[in-house]
Design a protein around this ligand. Sequence first.
Ligand SMILES: [Zn+2]
Length: 110
Amino acid sequence: MHELSITESVIAAVSEHVGSTPVRSLTLEIGRLSGVVPDSVRFCFELCAHGTPCEGARLDIVDTPGRARCRDCGDEIELPDEIALCPCGSANLEITGGRQLKIKQLEIGD
Ligand SMILES: [Zn+2]
């Protein structure tokens, strides 16, 4: 389950940033094509946050849709998953979004 190591690195990065200040909430942006399952991240977050500034923090996850540009017709389309076709029938797509995983917002303090 790679969500565990991803969550661990997110918490490590946050902890390094905040020092000993407790984190109130954390917003993560997870692209739908990133292969990361938001529910698994939630589960891992509770486990991994123990004993870190993230313990007890609220985790918000924003999932962003996949996007691609069709190399044949030039259209920009939204991709539900990586195995998709352009409405024109082409599979010649360039993924332009939805693979990111990043910390979007951090709320700290008591
Ligand atoms: Zn197309």
